[in-house]
Design a protein around this ligand. Structure first.
Ligand code: AVJ
Length: 319
């Protein structure tokens, strides 16, 4: 199997330690969302994508299903790179279209999870014997320079994950993506749109409680890797729409005062009753803003599509 690793267990453990120390000693407390995704967290996220309330995955899939052939015709990409590829499930729509168009030779998924990537690469190798599939274990905010060199590449960043980055990081990230592309190459960006809070909030606070369980999973990850003493069931899931920033914020709220040891860091973290720990932002976009941010990063927005319900958007931008 073709897997190249730029992040080993030790790097990941070190990054987790640094993030937990920074976030849990800050006021207000926070943790970066990338730590949701151990095996259980990735499974919970897959379950989220099938919930009736969670529209982004279905909406994006509908857009890709309708537009993949057009995307293939416009870009004629020879290499498809996918950042934060996870299970690479929606990507098959792009692979099929690019293969049918006759241009595609290679697929390069990049993900922090070696296990998820190995799984995806194995399945893609079996399904696409003619395609060169090369997985890169890495962090899309740090390892873009390890992508294979030019020649008609398209970088796909789907699912709305761009919304996890706060605005300054987002600008930095888009600039970095532009920086690794040659003029004429492509970025395919999926982004969730600003909409009625009655649609937005339930997507992050489902009645079955799957998102709540996903949210608490970050505490289980910290318990496991840093020998910490969080009682996840003593934290309530909170999702709020921040109308000023136009993002959903997920938090965990301490039900009672707690003193939590994080033994591997020699840290004790105190929570007051009702204290909030921010675990994720998921920014929602207006089309004009997406265009402006892409252009500021040095891209030209060539096409932008939405699903029939106007929930989600896919942008095709050219370097
Ligand atoms: C994977 C970042 C796109 O923000 O909608 C789903 C993660 N968080 N439910 C999102 C998530 C809560 C998801 N992304």
């Amino acid at each position: 199997m073709n897997l190249e690793t730029h992040l080993d267990e030790r790097d990941i453990a070190e990054a987790l330690r640094a993030d937990v120390r920074t976030g849990l000693t800050a006021s207000p407390k926070w943790l970066p969302p990338k730590w949701f995704y151990d095996a259980r967290g990735s499974e919970l996220f897959d379950e989220i994508t099938r919930l009736p309330e969670y529209y982004p995955t279905r909406a994006e899939r509908a857009i890709l299903a309708a537009r993949a052939a057009e995307i293939a015709r416009i870009t004629e990409a020879k290499t498809l790179v996918e950042l934060g590829s996870g299970s690479s499930e929606k990507t098959r729509l792009l692979l099929d279209a690019l293969l049918a168009h006759g241009t595609l030779g290679a697929f390069v998924p990049l993900d922090v999870s070696a296990a998820a990537l190995a799984d995806a690469v194995g399945r893609l190798d079996a399904a696409y014997p003619a395609l060169s599939v090369r997985g890169i274990v890495g962090d899309y905010t740090r390892h873009l320079h390890h992508l294979p060199d030019g020649g008609s590449r398209m970088i796909a960043f789907l699912g709305g994950t761009i919304g996890n980055l706060p605005p300054a990081d987002r600008a930095g990230f888009l600039g970095d993506v532009r920086g690794v592309l040659d003029a004429g190459e492509w970025l395919l960006l999926g982004a969730d749109l600003v909409k009625d809070v009655r649609t937005l909030l339930p997507a992050y606070d489902d009645t079955a409680g799957v998102t709540a369980d996903f949210n608490r999973n970050v505490l289980r990850v910290i318990n496991h890797h840093l020998d910490a003493g969080f009682a996840p069931e003593l934290f309530d899931h909170v999702a709020v729409w921040d109308a000023d920033n136009e993002w959903i914020e997920m938090r965990l709220r301490a039900r009672e005062p707690m003193r939590v040891p994080v033994r591997d860091l020699g840290l004790v973290v105190d929570f007051a009753r009702g204290e909030l720990l921010r675990t994720e932002i998921s920014a929602k976009f207006r089309p004009e803003r997406l265009r402006a941010e892409l252009e500021t990063a040095g891209f030209r927005l060539r096409h932008r599509w939405t699903d029939d319900d106007g929930l989600f958007t896919v942008c095709l931008a050219q370097a």
